[in-house]
Design a binder for this molecule. Structure first.
Ligand code: APR
Length: 191
């Protein structure tokens, strides 16, 4: 009897960039079967609402314990930077925690800080030799960053990153609602 290991193919749309893959998916990032999911954290790293709350709930207390150790070693995480913990009870092996900018009026370097949050997360994934990474739409919830500006920054930062040689083969953006998905689809189609 032939045994076929059915791996559920991801849905959503994808585009090949520099021989790598950018994929958009609708859904809950905590269910992603990838090497790392990225958390839209705050600088305290002590959890919160939104995707931060969902990841800590689904991943369990081990993730917070590791965040506390990181805080003890290096203090608060500045916006635009990233740290990594294990994935706890998640299917993902790791959680990369990054802090996006709080949107004010666009004159406080918010766009570059958002790009840095994506870029530093990808650099950390490459440092750990990871192949697949899933992002939420960073800063576009509680932090109020306009999706129409955030989506092109996310997509272009991933494209720029793929120009350099690294272990990362697929970057996914897991969008929780149709509006976010549509904005990311528009940004991806412009490529
Ligand atoms: N999976 C994927 N995306 C999600 C999920 C989920 N389970 N839950 C929420 N989102 C989406 C939101 O719809 C939004 O598009 O994540 C995006 C980011 O929203 P937030 O989670 O509010 O993150 P952010 O805007 O970066 O604000 C961060 O909120 O939760 C607190 O502790 C966090 O203080 C920090 C702030």
């Amino acid at each position: 009897m032939s045994s076929t290991s059915e791996k559920s193919e991801p849905s959503g749309i994808s585009k090949s960039v520099e021989g790598k893959t950018i994929r958009l998916l609708r859904g809950d990032i905590t269910r992603e079967e990838v090497d790392a999911i990225v958390n839209a954290a705050n600088s305290t790293l002590m959890g919160g609402g939104g995707v931060d709350g969902a990841i800590h709930r689904a991943g369990g207390p081990q993730i917070l314990e590791e965040c506390k150790q990181i805080r003890a070693m290096q203090g608060q995480l500045p916006a635009g930077q990233a740290v990594i913990t294990g994935g706890g009870n998640l299917k993902a092996q790791y959680v990369i925690h990054t802090v996006g900018p709080i949107w004010r009026d666009g004159s406080c370097n918010e766009e570059e800080t958002l790009a840095s949050a994506y870029r530093e997360s990808l650099k950390l994934a490459a440092q750990y030799e990871l192949k697949t990474v899933s992002f939420p739409s960073i800063s576009t919830g509680a932090y109020g960053f306009p999706l129409s500006k955030a989506a092109p920054i996310a997509i272009s930062t991933a494209c720029e990153f793929f120009k350099e040689q690294s272990s990362v083969e697929e970057v996914r953006f897991v969008l929780f609602d149709a509006f976010a998905y549509n904005e990311f689809e528009t940004a991806l189609n412009v490529l």
